[in-house]
Design a protein around this ligand. Sequence first.
Ligand SMILES: CC(C)(COP(=O)(O)OP(=O)(O)OC[C@H]1O[C@@H](n2cnc3c(N)ncnc32)[C@H](O)[C@@H]1OP(=O)(O)O)[C@@H](O)C(=O)NCCC(=O)NCCS
Length: 199
Amino acid sequence: MAVAIRQGQPGDIPELVEMINGFAGRNLMLPRTPEAVMKTLPDWLVAVERETDGTESLLGCGSLVALTPELAEVRSLAVHERGQGKGVGSTVVENLVALAKAREFSQVCALTLREEFFQRLGFEIVDRWSISPKLWQECIYCPKFHRCDEVAVVKYLTVRRPEEAGPGKHVAANPLLKWQAWQPLKLAYSYKPIHLHEE
Ligand SMILES: CC(C)(COP(=O)(O)OP(=O)(O)OC[C@H]1O[C@@H](n2cnc3c(N)ncnc32)[C@H](O)[C@@H]1OP(=O)(O)O)[C@@H](O)C(=O)NCCC(=O)NCCS
């Protein structure tokens, strides 16, 4: 099968939304509307199967969402059932990571139920609360909001964490996730608890 990765085009949207919403119906990912995909189309990559006559059929997709100037999220990753287990999903993620690098992000993250899949691609599992809360801004729309089983994963692109750097190796001044990005969350936690039933 000849698989090509390219930027999403308006003509891909109906098939793409149908695939995503099929998986969303099984609680594997969040649904998308055609309008939402259209608005963010430059951020979408699709995997297509190309026939010798040039016709294409959609196999998979994924999008890159900027959460902060440093951090991008791989979102809406999906591969049609007929194309799964053949490396298509991995190729989409690798291309989204390359896109993130080209757009000068220093980290890419994802929320996933398939953490081993992302780990094989160089992502590592992190505490979900160490990531900007912007990662969670969509969670209120998720049917699993109150029983979330997703795992947060991050891949470091242009910077190294201090413990990874050997002697003499460059370490960026601010290699970790932007703390100021989740300051409101910290403040929320610092409120004094209210005791309704004082003894
Ligand atoms: C998760 C998903 C995107 C993975 O896509 P995929 O195309 O099946 O992914 P790959 O084929 O690259 O990798 C899947 C497995 O096949 C294996 N594989 C990769 N290339 C292969 C090849 N050429 N031949 C056989 N197996 C291969 C990989 O080792 C991988 O194993 P792992 O899952 O244990 O890491 C896909 O299963 C999917 O769309 N699921 C439903 C929607 C969903 O859950 N989306 C949210 C994802 S966060």
